[in-house]
Design a protein. Sequence first.
Length: 185
Amino acid sequence: DNTELFEHMPVSKAVITLIIPTVISQIITVIYNMADTFFIGQMNDPNQVAAATLAMPPFVMLTGIANLFGIGGSSLISRSLGTGDREKAKKCAAFSIWSAAAISFLYGIIMYLICPVIFPLLGTDANTYGYCSNYVLWTITIGGIPSSGWLPSPTPFLCLAPELRQQSDIQFSGRFRHIFAGCVA
């Protein structure tokens, strides 16, 4: 029974159970960036490596947006489940996922449109601007939602409400389930 975690498990053990998937999702983000840097570095062009590094703050902001909905939603979900209001918890789960997806999509578009203003503030120059713009296009504008299963860092919310995953009407992509198999299983 999934309510065991919330109703009977000692608080310290429950917190550790919920922290592990969240930490893993952050490690995945770091590995993603390291892999990008490694493969871009294989092209022997320091401007491309610099562009990936310069584009990291907007990418981290995208993760922050996901955490806003993931952690905020998980708080309301856990309180709703604590009072036995499963319907409210289910609605909050759906709202959290769809809102994060919509805001991430809008953020990606806005970020791409304001590149000429933001990139010079990040330190781009004539040599790195084009590469940085392309990197943001593929990792944030196009890849921000589908590359991570509709939510860049969904584990705080998903792991806090495991029974909602079975009841939810939302279909998650295969990649999403694969990446977060430890949490979703």
